[in-house]
Design a protein around this ligand. Structure first.
Ligand code: BG6
Length: 529
């Protein structure tokens, strides 16, 4: 295929791209740029760990969906690197299956055929110089024949202990440095970025020795979710929220990420990591940053990340941790009508494992806006249902003109940002119950994405892969954010490390009793989402 035609997108319905640089200057897609979404320029991607779960379930379907939406360049080339003895057609069949099982957009034979032409597989392990030399040849051939133009993203969907070998091999084989100033090489890395501050720093040194910070894209897939980006729209494009978004009006904030799934089959990743490192250190602290930060002077990556970092620098865990945190491990129980086993019976888990599957902690933000407002964060596996939400619970009115009997059923006002699965925003406030008397009760005003929009939200990985190809880094945490998040969490993790086994909670419930106590001691209660 001639290289020059390759920047032509696949679907003609997409808007023309005249100047990608100009579009990139406006990353969060503010209203004056109506031509978005943007289309990636000539490029390709290599996935290390392509036979893993993440690649199969998320990355490969996302690449197809991007192609289907016309957001990839015509000559886009996707190279899988792995140990399997696969031919190009074996790899094509593997990707096709992943696409059939995981893509969100309808299947189009012509889109698939063009994507399949650009699929390549290189066999090898991470210490194999010859395999990386073959990979370098494969990329050079794609540059010549498919017009990828020397622009490559390397997706490290591998455990962090392999980062060093892969990055070193990319460097040794010349793949880490662009041939000239018009080309780029980027590395996309998946969490966990370490297991504490020290290991995160070491990992960053390994990557930073080869790639400069601008070329490193750290994935926190929560930032790729539509509802998470909507936090900025909700707060900063409206007049009604910001004036009350502070300690004068807000009593406390609850950030919940609950899952109903257990850990069957994931012991090798999860055992020794646990819920706090897996979810709080990254996803929940990022949600906190977006909810609590000040308005950035612009939505450029630098300004947005500066504001997030600023609020994270003011954030810390509140003690005494015996009372302000909670930790649990699920035991056998019922998930709806299904009986499920406990963690200790899951395959691969040591029955003596102290890894927590539920974690909660209390954070504070020392700033004028948030002084005295606790942020309660919780996450867990095998909880009542799958839901992620941020609830801002308001203070009681300074004066209540209605009598106690009339307001018995009234609770505090709340704004609830529902991240998933029922995406939307809910406002809870009191209203008069119809009738001759005066009784007040909570009612909800509820915005559902599914009712308000006909457009479907893209999968988080779609957005993030596209952004990495576009050099759009707003939605990727910087190394400083990652390190600061560990600084916030490390004291809690160190305390837990000395506490033996976590408390039990039966599958299908909302965590251990200590989770309830941590709020009830403050006269508050967790929302039941
Ligand atoms: C990942 C965690 O980051 O997020 C998993 O490692 C978790 O343990 C997953 O299941 C949940 O993602 P989502 O998008 O389904 O909420």
């Amino acid at each position: 295929m001639p290289g020059r035609s390759c920047s032509t997108p696949w679907l003609l319905s997409s808007p023309p791209v005249t100047d990608l640089r100009e579009q990139r200057a406006n990353p969060l897609r503010t209203p004056d740029d109506k031509r978005l979404p943007q289309i990636a320029g000539p490029s390709g991607m290599v996935i290390f760990g392509v036979t893993g779960d993440l690649a199969r379930k998320k990355l490969l379907p996302a690449v197809y969906d991007l192609a289907n939406r016309g957001l990839l360049p015509g000559g886009f080339t996707l190279v899988g690197f792995g140990r399997r003895d696969w031919s190009k057609s074996d790899f094509q069949a593997y990707v096709r299956k992943a696409v059939d099982e995981g893509s969100r957009t309808p299947f189009h034979e012509n889109v698939w055929e063009r994507l399949a032409e650009g699929l390549e597989f290189v066999r090898g392990n991470f210490n194999d110089d010859a395999a990386f030399d073959t990979l370098a040849d494969t990329l050079r051939r794609a540059d010549r024949e498919r017009g990828t133009d020397g622009n490559w993203a390397y997706y490290l969907s591998v455990p962090p202990e392999h980062f060093s070998s892969v990055v070193h091999q990319l460097d040794r084989s010349g793949m880490a440095s662009p041939g000239d100033a018009s080309q780029w090489r980027r590395v996309i890395i998946e969490k966990p970025f370490g297991h504490d501050l020290e290991s995160a720093r070491e990992l960053n040194e390994v990557v930073g020795a080869v790639f400069d910070e601008r070329s490193v894209f750290r994935i926190d897939h929560y930032l790729g979710k539509e509802t998470v980006q909507n936090i900025l729209a909700l707060r900063f494009s409206n007049q009604m929220f910001e004036p009350v978004w502070n300690s004068h009006y807000i009593d406390h904030v609850q950030i919940t990420m609950a899952e109903d799934i257990g850990l069957g089959g994931r012991a090798s990743y999860y055992d020794g990591i646990g819920a706090a490192r897996d979810v709080i250190q990254n996803h929940l602290i990022q949600l906190l940053a977006l909810v609590a930060m000040e308005e950035p002077t612009s939505f450029s990556p630098a300004q947005l990340r500066a504001e997030k970092l600023k609020v994270l620098r003011a954030t810390s865990a509140v003690g005494p941790f015996g009372k302000t945190t909670a930790r649990g491990q699920y035991t056998a129980g019922w998930q709806g009508s299904r009986e499920v086993v406990g963690l200790r019976e899951e395959e691969g888990f040591d029955p003596e494992s102290t890894t927590e599957t539920f974690a909660a902690c209390t954070l504070q933000i020392e700033s004028r806006r948030w002084a005295g407002v606790p942020f309660y964060l919780r996450t867990g596996k095998r909880l009542g249902r799958r839901v992620t939400e941020i609830a801002l619970v308001f203070k009681e009115p300074p004066y209540q003109p209605f009598s106690k009997g009339q307001t018995d059923l009234l609770t505090n006002n709340a704004v609830v940002i529902r991240v998933q699965p029922d995406e939307g925003v809910l406002m809870r406030f009191g209203s008069k119950v119809p009738g001759a008397g005066m009784e007040l009760r909570d009612v909800n005003m509820d915005f559902h994405y599914s009712e308000a929009f006909t457009e479907q939200s893209p999968e988080a990985y779609e957005r993030l892969i596209l952004d990495a190809l576009l050099d759009e880094s707003s939605l990727f945490p910087t190394n400083s954010e990652v390190e600061r998040s560990w600084q916030i969490l490390d004291p809690v993790l160190n305390y837990w490390a000395g506490q033996g086994k976590p408390e039990d909670y039966p599958a299908g419930t909302w965590g251990p009793p200590s989770a309830d106590r941590m709020l009830s001691k403050d006269g508050r209660a967790w929302r039941r989402p």
